[in-house]
Design a protein around this ligand. Structure first.
Ligand code: ATP
Length: 230
Protein backbone atom coordinates (compact mmCIF):
# COMPACT_ATOMS: atom_id res chain seq x y z
CA UNK A 1 0.00 0.00 0.00
CA UNK A 2 1.15 3.59 -0.55
CA UNK A 3 2.78 5.39 2.39
CA UNK A 4 0.82 8.46 3.52
CA UNK A 5 2.77 10.66 5.92
CA UNK A 6 1.64 13.62 8.00
CA UNK A 7 4.65 15.31 9.50
CA UNK A 8 3.88 17.89 12.25
CA UNK A 9 0.85 19.18 10.33
CA UNK A 10 -1.08 22.19 11.58
CA UNK A 11 -3.72 24.19 9.80
CA UNK A 12 -6.01 27.14 10.46
CA UNK A 13 -8.73 28.88 8.47
CA UNK A 14 -9.31 32.61 8.51
CA UNK A 15 -12.65 33.46 10.14
CA UNK A 16 -14.11 36.86 10.88
CA UNK A 17 -12.07 38.44 13.62
CA UNK A 18 -9.26 35.90 13.58
CA UNK A 19 -8.38 32.33 12.85
CA UNK A 20 -9.69 28.91 13.70
CA UNK A 21 -7.19 26.13 14.22
CA UNK A 22 -8.57 22.99 12.59
CA UNK A 23 -5.56 20.70 12.85
CA UNK A 24 -2.89 20.95 15.48
CA UNK A 25 0.45 19.17 15.21
CA UNK A 26 -0.70 15.94 13.58
CA UNK A 27 1.99 13.36 12.83
CA UNK A 28 1.03 9.94 11.53
CA UNK A 29 2.22 7.40 8.93
CA UNK A 30 -0.39 5.27 7.21
CA UNK A 31 0.31 2.13 5.20
CA UNK A 32 -2.71 -0.01 6.07
CA UNK A 33 -5.28 -1.07 3.50
CA UNK A 34 -8.36 0.39 5.18
CA UNK A 35 -8.15 3.39 7.47
CA UNK A 36 -11.14 4.99 9.18
CA UNK A 37 -11.38 8.55 10.49
CA UNK A 38 -13.94 9.45 13.16
CA UNK A 39 -14.66 12.28 15.57
CA UNK A 40 -17.18 14.94 16.48
CA UNK A 41 -18.52 17.53 14.00
CA UNK A 42 -15.89 20.16 13.32
CA UNK A 43 -13.01 18.13 14.79
CA UNK A 44 -10.91 18.41 11.61
CA UNK A 45 -11.64 15.11 9.84
CA UNK A 46 -12.57 16.56 6.45
CA UNK A 47 -9.58 18.87 6.50
CA UNK A 48 -7.33 15.89 7.26
CA UNK A 49 -8.92 13.89 4.41
CA UNK A 50 -8.61 16.77 1.94
CA UNK A 51 -4.93 17.06 2.69
CA UNK A 52 -4.29 13.55 1.41
CA UNK A 53 -5.05 14.56 -2.18
CA UNK A 54 -3.74 18.13 -1.92
CA UNK A 55 -7.16 19.82 -1.88
CA UNK A 56 -5.88 21.53 1.26
CA UNK A 57 -2.16 22.18 1.75
CA UNK A 58 -1.16 22.58 5.40
CA UNK A 59 0.07 25.89 6.68
CA UNK A 60 2.72 24.16 8.74
CA UNK A 61 4.25 20.72 8.34
CA UNK A 62 4.21 18.36 5.36
CA UNK A 63 1.89 15.76 3.86
CA UNK A 64 3.49 13.20 1.54
CA UNK A 65 2.05 10.35 -0.49
CA UNK A 66 4.78 7.87 -1.38
CA UNK A 67 7.30 10.65 -0.94
CA UNK A 68 5.42 13.19 -3.13
CA UNK A 69 4.88 16.46 -1.26
CA UNK A 70 1.26 17.67 -1.58
CA UNK A 71 2.51 21.29 -1.50
CA UNK A 72 4.68 20.79 -4.59
CA UNK A 73 3.26 17.93 -6.57
CA UNK A 74 -0.49 18.29 -6.34
CA UNK A 75 -1.16 17.15 -9.91
CA UNK A 76 0.84 13.95 -9.58
CA UNK A 77 -0.86 13.26 -6.27
CA UNK A 78 -4.37 13.77 -7.66
CA UNK A 79 -3.68 11.19 -10.35
CA UNK A 80 -2.98 8.66 -7.60
CA UNK A 81 -5.46 9.72 -4.95
CA UNK A 82 -9.17 9.83 -5.79
CA UNK A 83 -11.50 11.88 -3.62
CA UNK A 84 -15.23 11.38 -3.00
CA UNK A 85 -16.95 14.44 -1.58
CA UNK A 86 -19.74 14.37 1.01
CA UNK A 87 -21.88 16.52 -1.25
CA UNK A 88 -22.10 14.60 -4.51
CA UNK A 89 -23.43 17.65 -6.37
CA UNK A 90 -19.98 19.16 -5.96
CA UNK A 91 -18.63 16.36 -8.10
CA UNK A 92 -21.12 16.17 -10.96
CA UNK A 93 -19.63 17.88 -14.00
CA UNK A 94 -21.35 16.38 -17.04
CA UNK A 95 -25.01 16.30 -18.17
CA UNK A 96 -25.69 12.56 -18.14
CA UNK A 97 -24.73 9.80 -15.75
CA UNK A 98 -22.60 7.90 -18.29
CA UNK A 99 -20.85 11.07 -19.48
CA UNK A 100 -20.08 12.00 -15.91
CA UNK A 101 -18.41 8.65 -15.22
CA UNK A 102 -16.50 8.92 -18.53
CA UNK A 103 -15.27 12.42 -17.67
CA UNK A 104 -12.69 11.12 -15.20
CA UNK A 105 -11.10 9.08 -18.00
CA UNK A 106 -10.56 11.98 -20.41
CA UNK A 107 -6.81 12.09 -19.81
CA UNK A 108 -6.27 8.36 -19.70
CA UNK A 109 -5.33 7.82 -23.36
CA UNK A 110 -7.94 5.11 -23.84
CA UNK A 111 -9.83 4.29 -27.05
CA UNK A 112 -13.55 5.07 -27.23
CA UNK A 113 -14.28 1.36 -26.86
CA UNK A 114 -12.07 1.06 -23.79
CA UNK A 115 -13.75 4.08 -22.19
CA UNK A 116 -17.20 2.63 -22.97
CA UNK A 117 -16.27 -0.74 -21.46
CA UNK A 118 -14.93 0.82 -18.25
CA UNK A 119 -17.93 3.11 -17.91
CA UNK A 120 -20.32 0.18 -18.41
CA UNK A 121 -18.54 -1.89 -15.78
CA UNK A 122 -18.64 1.00 -13.28
CA UNK A 123 -22.35 1.70 -13.91
CA UNK A 124 -23.12 -1.99 -13.48
CA UNK A 125 -21.13 -2.23 -10.24
CA UNK A 126 -23.00 0.68 -8.65
CA UNK A 127 -26.50 -0.15 -9.89
CA UNK A 128 -26.61 2.86 -12.21
CA UNK A 129 -26.88 1.10 -15.58
CA UNK A 130 -30.59 1.85 -16.00
CA UNK A 131 -29.91 5.56 -15.38
CA UNK A 132 -26.98 5.86 -17.76
CA UNK A 133 -28.61 8.39 -20.09
CA UNK A 134 -30.51 10.30 -17.43
CA UNK A 135 -29.53 13.84 -16.38
CA UNK A 136 -27.07 13.35 -13.53
CA UNK A 137 -28.46 16.23 -11.47
CA UNK A 138 -31.92 14.57 -11.40
CA UNK A 139 -30.72 11.43 -9.61
CA UNK A 140 -31.72 10.96 -5.99
CA UNK A 141 -29.20 12.00 -3.34
CA UNK A 142 -28.15 8.41 -2.76
CA UNK A 143 -27.80 7.67 -6.47
CA UNK A 144 -25.64 10.77 -6.80
CA UNK A 145 -23.41 9.47 -4.05
CA UNK A 146 -23.03 6.18 -5.90
CA UNK A 147 -22.32 8.11 -9.11
CA UNK A 148 -19.58 10.08 -7.33
CA UNK A 149 -18.02 6.81 -6.17
CA UNK A 150 -18.27 5.29 -9.67
CA UNK A 151 -16.68 8.39 -11.23
CA UNK A 152 -13.70 8.16 -8.89
CA UNK A 153 -13.19 4.41 -9.02
CA UNK A 154 -13.41 4.20 -12.81
CA UNK A 155 -10.08 6.05 -12.93
CA UNK A 156 -8.47 3.26 -10.88
CA UNK A 157 -6.54 5.40 -8.37
CA UNK A 158 -4.09 3.85 -5.85
CA UNK A 159 -5.77 5.55 -2.90
CA UNK A 160 -9.44 6.43 -2.45
CA UNK A 161 -10.40 9.06 0.11
CA UNK A 162 -14.10 9.13 0.97
CA UNK A 163 -15.62 11.87 3.06
CA UNK A 164 -18.87 10.55 4.55
CA UNK A 165 -19.92 8.54 1.50
CA UNK A 166 -23.03 7.02 3.08
CA UNK A 167 -24.77 10.05 4.60
CA UNK A 168 -27.56 10.09 2.00
CA UNK A 169 -27.87 6.36 1.43
CA UNK A 170 -30.71 4.03 2.38
CA UNK A 171 -30.00 0.65 3.94
CA UNK A 172 -29.55 -1.18 0.64
CA UNK A 173 -27.23 1.39 -0.89
CA UNK A 174 -25.25 1.86 2.32
CA UNK A 175 -24.62 -1.88 2.24
CA UNK A 176 -23.63 -1.60 -1.42
CA UNK A 177 -21.02 1.02 -0.53
CA UNK A 178 -19.82 -1.12 2.37
CA UNK A 179 -19.41 -4.09 0.04
CA UNK A 180 -17.62 -1.97 -2.55
CA UNK A 181 -15.20 -0.68 0.09
CA UNK A 182 -14.57 -4.22 1.33
CA UNK A 183 -13.76 -5.38 -2.21
CA UNK A 184 -11.42 -2.55 -3.24
CA UNK A 185 -7.80 -3.37 -3.89
CA UNK A 186 -7.00 0.31 -3.27
CA UNK A 187 -5.96 1.85 -0.01
CA UNK A 188 -9.06 3.50 1.47
CA UNK A 189 -9.32 6.43 3.86
CA UNK A 190 -12.92 6.72 4.98
CA UNK A 191 -14.31 9.57 7.09
CA UNK A 192 -17.63 8.62 8.61
CA UNK A 193 -20.14 9.00 11.42
CA UNK A 194 -21.45 5.50 10.59
CA UNK A 195 -19.12 3.70 12.96
CA UNK A 196 -20.29 0.22 11.99
CA UNK A 197 -18.84 0.76 8.49
CA UNK A 198 -15.40 0.49 10.10
CA UNK A 199 -15.87 -2.84 11.92
CA UNK A 200 -13.30 -4.69 9.84
CA UNK A 201 -10.98 -1.78 9.12
CA UNK A 202 -7.26 -2.12 9.87
CA UNK A 203 -6.84 1.15 11.72
CA UNK A 204 -9.07 3.98 12.94
CA UNK A 205 -7.98 7.54 13.80
CA UNK A 206 -10.01 9.63 16.25
CA UNK A 207 -9.91 13.42 15.97
CA UNK A 208 -11.05 15.74 18.72
CA UNK A 209 -10.66 19.52 18.90
CA UNK A 210 -8.23 19.61 15.96
CA UNK A 211 -5.96 16.94 17.43
CA UNK A 212 -5.38 13.30 16.62
CA UNK A 213 -6.38 11.86 19.98
CA UNK A 214 -6.46 8.11 19.35
CA UNK A 215 -5.10 5.71 16.79
CA UNK A 216 -5.85 2.00 16.99
CA UNK A 217 -8.28 -0.81 16.24
CA UNK A 218 -11.90 0.00 15.29
CA UNK A 219 -13.23 -1.34 18.57
CA UNK A 220 -10.78 0.64 20.71
CA UNK A 221 -11.22 3.75 18.58
CA UNK A 222 -15.00 3.79 18.99
CA UNK A 223 -14.57 3.40 22.76
CA UNK A 224 -12.04 6.26 22.79
CA UNK A 225 -14.39 8.46 20.74
CA UNK A 226 -17.21 7.77 23.19
CA UNK A 227 -14.98 8.65 26.15
CA UNK A 228 -14.07 11.94 24.47
CA UNK A 229 -17.58 13.12 23.63
CA UNK A 230 -20.14 11.43 25.90
N1 ATP B 1 -12.78 26.63 4.00
C1 ATP B 1 -13.01 26.89 5.29
N2 ATP B 1 -12.96 28.14 5.79
C2 ATP B 1 -13.18 28.40 7.10
N3 ATP B 1 -13.46 27.45 8.02
C3 ATP B 1 -13.51 26.18 7.59
C4 ATP B 1 -13.30 25.82 6.21
N4 ATP B 1 -13.42 24.49 6.10
C5 ATP B 1 -13.69 24.02 7.33
N5 ATP B 1 -13.74 25.03 8.23
C6 ATP B 1 -13.97 24.89 9.70
O1 ATP B 1 -12.97 24.06 10.20
C7 ATP B 1 -13.45 23.22 11.25
C8 ATP B 1 -13.12 21.78 10.94
O2 ATP B 1 -13.85 21.41 9.81
P1 ATP B 1 -13.81 19.94 9.17
O3 ATP B 1 -14.75 20.01 8.00
O4 ATP B 1 -12.41 19.53 8.93
O5 ATP B 1 -14.44 19.08 10.36
P2 ATP B 1 -15.11 17.63 10.35
O6 ATP B 1 -14.51 16.92 11.51
O7 ATP B 1 -14.98 16.99 9.03
O8 ATP B 1 -16.63 17.96 10.66
P3 ATP B 1 -18.01 17.22 10.23
O9 ATP B 1 -18.08 15.94 10.98
O10 ATP B 1 -19.04 18.20 10.71
O11 ATP B 1 -17.99 17.07 8.75
C9 ATP B 1 -14.94 23.51 11.36
O12 ATP B 1 -15.14 24.36 12.44
C10 ATP B 1 -15.27 24.20 10.04
O13 ATP B 1 -16.31 25.13 10.20
Amino acid sequence: MPLIEFDSVSHAYAVSGGERTVLSDVSVSLTEHRIGVIGANGSGKSTFARMVNALVVPRAGKVRVDGLDTGREARAIRRRVGFCFTDPDAQIVMPTVAEDVAFGLRRHRLTKQEVAARVDAALEAYGLQEHRDHPAHLLSGGQKQLLALASVLVTDPDVVVMDEPTTLLDLVNARRVRDVVASLRQQVILVTHHLDLLDDFDRVLVFHDARLRFDGSPHEAVAAYQRLVL
